[in-house]
Design a binder for this molecule. Structure first.
Ligand code: ATP
Length: 218
């Protein structure tokens, strides 16, 4: 199968991080920025780097942007440039567009224009840090909707030694353990009789209230 090709537009902190990570994972990455210095500084980090103003349709066409499977619009401060770029990409028929939004209104506009996925890196990271501050057991937090979330937690000590039936997490907190990571092993789905061991990592899904109560266990 042909490997996906990615283009990242806007080399701020978010864009450079996405671009570098994909490149390090072995994908072909084109990075684009209007600022010549940013482009030069980034020239050794990915497959290709181009200096271009992506709000211009002809410029985008010349970049051959249509040929990329996924294009990430990581332009931050300049909301107009972010929206205009996303619109041009849509018009050119890019198959999958991911765009970074500053706030919910901006996100709504991106969705209306046709972005396939809207991301809010600052909001998401803020949520993760906050959940990790409540309990150092929390490794990862993902909001599924305003009511539901999924968390990755180191098994709280009070659960170690009990199996999933005995912990009664469903009854007590209305949450479900969908997977357990034990060293290299991933148990998906875990058996109800599976005993939780020290250092296990639990993947738990449920309503926020229950998930939070689980996070607070020690
Ligand atoms: P981060 O939080 O990821 O650092 P930021 O919000 O600070 O992002 P900016 O620095 O505003 O983001 O934007 C990221 C990059 O987007 C900048 O390097 C900027 O030069 C580039 N950029 C802005 N407008 C355009 C445009 N029209 N075409 C191409 N690149 C652009």
């Amino acid at each position: 199968m042909k490997k996906k090709q990615f283009a990242i537009i806007g080399l701020g902190r978010f864009g450079t991080s996405v671009a570098k990570t994909l490149y390090q994972m072995g994908y072909e990455v084109l990075a684009v920025d209007a600022d010549e210095t940013r482009v030069q500084d980034f020239s050794d980090e990915v497959t290709h780097v181009m200096q271009a103003d992506t709000t211009d349709e002809d410029t985008l066409k010349a970049l051959g942007i249509r040929n990329f499977d996924v294009v990430v619009v990581a332009i931050g401060a300049d909301v107009q440039a972010n929206l205009m770029t996303t619109l041009q990409l849509k018009e050119l028929g890019v198959p999958h567009i991911v765009a970074k939004a500053k706030n919910p209104l901006h996100g709504k506009m991106l969705e209306k224009i046709g972005a396939d996925r809207v991301v809010y890196p600052e909001r998401d990271m803020g949520q993760r840090v906050a959940h990790n501050l409540v309990s150092s057991n929390v490794l990862e937090y993902i909001e599924l909707s305003p009511e539901y979330s999924i968390v990755e937690v180191t098994a709280p000590k009070v659960l170690v030694g009990k199996n999933l039936v005995e912990t009664d997490l469903r009854g007590r907190y209305e949450v479900n353990v969908v997977a357990i990571r034990r060293g290299e092993q991933l148990l998906v789905p875990p058996q109800p009789t599976e005993k939780i061991m020290d250092k296990d990592v639990l993947f738990v899904v449920g309503a926020n209230r229950g998930v939070q109560r689980l996070e607070e266990l020690e």
